[in-house]
Design a protein around this ligand. Structure first.
Ligand code: FE2
Length: 194
């Protein structure tokens, strides 16, 4: 049985997963959420932070995606309502709102906030890089390829490079962040179908 993280997160991993699957029926969003969770857990482990707290934030960060995709200025705010009702820890909710800080009109200042935005953004770049390979497997992707693709502005244009570079604000050089993120995603490769 999975250990229960409710005491720290205000929600169990089982319940958080249930909510994510309920609000995000698209497979692509489910995979993006799981990948973000895996990278957040790896970042927390590296920085000595709480892995469940950071992981649950990754898992739930896009919960209101379908409700706010037309009104991005609300992205994160609807999630705040849902998660507040569920009794989720305020730190998680704050960091989720902060991944859309640009549109919500504030600046990210905390380590947890920078971690979530760089984690969720690099998943897009890694998936796009993997899809270029013949077998489309993440395990075949090299960190150097991710870095190379990052520098090609036309490649996966919608992925915000500045957001990925926020890893450096939490003391993790870009190359190291690419390695950590790839490793984390390879570990859950079967779940991602990549
Ligand atoms: Fe996201």
């Amino acid at each position: 049985m999975e250990p229960d993280c409710t005491a720290v997160c205000g929600i169990s991993r089982v319940r958080a997963l249930e909510l994510m699957l309920q609000y995000l029926p698209q497979e692509s969003m489910q995979k993006h959420s799981l990948a973000t969770e895996a990278i957040m857990r790896a970042l927390a482990c590296k920085l000595g932070r709480d892995e469940d707290l950071w992981g649950i934030a990754g898992l739930l960060h896009d919960l209101d995606y379908n409700e706010t995709r037309e009104t991005m200025a609300r992205h994160g705010l609807v999630t705040e309502q849902i998660l507040t009702e569920q009794g989720v820890a305020p730190d998680i909710i704050q960091s989720i709102k902060a991944h859309n800080a640009d549109k919500l009109g504030f600046r990210r200042t905390m380590e947890f906030e920078h971690a979530l935005v760089c984690a969720e953004c690099i998943t897009g770049l890694i998936v796009a890089t993997a899809l270029v390979y013949p077998d489309k497997k993440i395990a075949a992707v090299k960190p150097a390829s991710v870095i190379k693709r990052m520098k090609q502005k036309e490649f996966a244009r919608s992925v915000n490079r500045d957001h990925i570079r926020e890893c450096e604000l939490i003391g993790i050089p870009l190359e190291e962040f690419a390695v950590l993120s790839l490793d984390a995603m390879v570990e859950i490769g079967p779940q991602l179908g990549l």
